[in-house]
Design a protein around this ligand. Structure first.
Ligand SMILES: Cc1cc2nc3c(=O)[nH]c(=O)nc-3n(C[C@H](O)[C@H](O)[C@H](O)COP(=O)(O)OP(=O)(O)OC[C@H]3O[C@@H](n4cnc5c(N)ncnc54)[C@H](O)[C@@H]3O)c2cc1C
Length: 433
């Protein structure tokens, strides 16, 4: 066994160093427990800015932060870079790539992954953007295809290389298609004199009648208006039915020849093996009660994107956003301490402070409670909130300086093709020396 039972203190094992796991770990700082965090990456990812990495607007390292560094001064905490393969609730152990780890309390904070709804062809040929390596794949593909488009003499191929389709019109899809439109408007003509902005096309396909359906009607309408103004072609109320690496087909009859399809159309919980099927609900989310306890267990909990806390207040669970994960992490820390002391626990209550999405330079939409605003002011609020939310002072500084330079130059600097993205295998390869 890699980490056996520790008789001195109860061990809280947290799977996942995302927003939920990190906040839970921090809030257990003064508790009389041993906190063990397991994550397959050695860093915490700030997912809301992944699309900025994908288009080269900010440095990739700036959206990640080493988990060990977050907890440097926390005496009751240890981190192990390991993938959890299986949970065994009978022996209270998790099987990991390092070996078995014993837990007294287990918290599943594994987040969500892309959902391709069973379509293997789409899964193979489209690029998702749920983590840093995936954002870097998108960056490589965009830059490689711009380079290819600049030299090809085959005009149909040039158009396919310069056609970008984003599938999914939630906040991620809207932000990514807006960012691509900015590449077209600002960067293309400056750095690729052989290409003309009119050669590049950006499409956004969304299954619902409106974009960013989770926000107000006002925000949704304005986001669409902004995108159309920036030259994005939007299809609402449609489903992408196939993509074979060459032609993308939509159920409204439209067919698009493209070499770039980005998938932001659905998510499903990242549920480790060992959790009974009957507690895994729609979207592969684990059913929990109001204190995040997985249904049927007393010492296993789930928080954040992987959890569906089903209560009278939240019959469908909470939205898959960072504040839910952060608040559930903090709340669970208090309840774990109460459980250890045999004190009554308190139910979780979500405080929704609102949501924002940015579409492009000086264009954002914000719903903060009853206050709704759009445009330049919303964009500055969005910038400010995201800088403040980043982990680590150095990341805040890097992102701020990247944005400042981008703002004045109307260009992006983080455009190195460090890994070659192979569009046949859909994997990255080292560049030739
Ligand atoms: C592109 C994008 C943009 C977003 N924009 C916003 C936004 O603007 N505002 C907002 O509020 N929310 C946004 N979200 C959603 C937000 O990021 C999530 O709601 C939040 O990250 C959920 O936190 P979490 O702790 O549940 O999971 P995550 O933050 O996803 O963390 C899960 C962690 O678990 C680890 N892990 C998973 N499986 C295993 C395993 N088997 N073994 C070991 N480790 C494992 C992963 O490596 C990861 O570190 C965005 C998400 C994406 C993808």
């Amino acid at each position: 066994m890699y980490l056996g039972k520790n008789a001195a203190k109860p061990r809280v094992v947290i799977i996942g160093g995302g927003f939920g796991g990190v906040n839970l770990g921090r809030k257990l700082k003064n508790a009389d427990v041993d906190v063990v965090m397991l994550d397959k990456h050695n860093y915490h990812t700030f997912q809301p800015l992944l699309y900025q990495v994908a288009i080269g607007a900010i440095e990739s390292d700036a959206v990640g932060f080493p988990i060990r560094r977050i907890f440097t001064h926390q005496k009751n905490f240890s981190f192990h870079m390991a993938e959890v393969q299986k949970i065994d609730p009978v022996s209270n152990t998790v099987t990991t790539t390092l070996g078995a780890v014993h837990y007294d309390y287990l918290v599943i904070a594994t987040g969500a992954n892309s959902n391709f709804f069973g379509n293997k062809e789409i899964e193979h040929y489209t690029l998702p953007m749920k983590n840093l390596p995936e954002a870097l794949n998108i960056r490589s593909l965009i830059l490689q295809n711009l380079e290819k488009a600049a030299v090809t003499t085959d005009l149909a191929e040039r158009d396919a290389l310069l056609t970008f389709v984003v599938v999914g019109g939630g906040p991620t899809g809207v932000e990514l298609s807006g960012a691509l439109a900015e590449v077209q408007r600002n960067m293309l003509c400056k750095d690729y004199p052989d290409l003309h902005p009119e050669h590049m096309k950006v499409y956004l396909a969304e299954g619902k009648p409106k974009l960013i359906a989770s926000m107000s009607e006002q925000a949704s309408t304005k986001a669409k208006e902004f995108l159309i103004d920036m030259g994005v072609t939007i299809y609402n109320d449609v489903h992408v039915t196939s993509y074979n690496g060459d032609i993308l087909k939509i159920d409204n009859g439209v067919e698009i020849k493209t070499r770039n399809v980005f998938w932001a159309a659905g998510v499903k919980g990242e549920v480790p093996e060992g959790i009974p099927q009957e507690v895994i609900l729609r979207g592969a989310r684990i059913e929990t009660n109001e204190i995040s306890q997985v249904k049927g267990f007393t010492n296993i909990f789930a928080i954040g994107d992987v959890a569906a806390m089903i209560t009278a207040d939240s019959p469908q669970g909470h939205p898959g956003v960072a504040p839910v994960a952060i608040q559930q992490g903090a709340h669970l820390a208090k309840n774990i301490v109460r459980l250890i002391r045999n004190e009554p626990t308190e139910p979780f209550k979500y405080h929704d402070k609102g949501s924002m999405a940015t579409i492009g330079r000086n264009r954002a939409v914000a719903d903060l409670g009853k206050i709704r605003f759009q445009g330049t002011f919303a964009w500055f609020v969005w910038l400010f909130v995201h800088i403040l939310s980043l982990a680590g002072f150095s990341n805040k500084l890097v992102v701020f300086s990247n944005w400042l330079i981008n703002y004045f130059t109307k260009n992006t600097d983080n455009r190195l093709i460090v890994h070659y993205f192979n569009t046949e295998t859909m994997t990255t390869e080292p560049m030739a020396k």
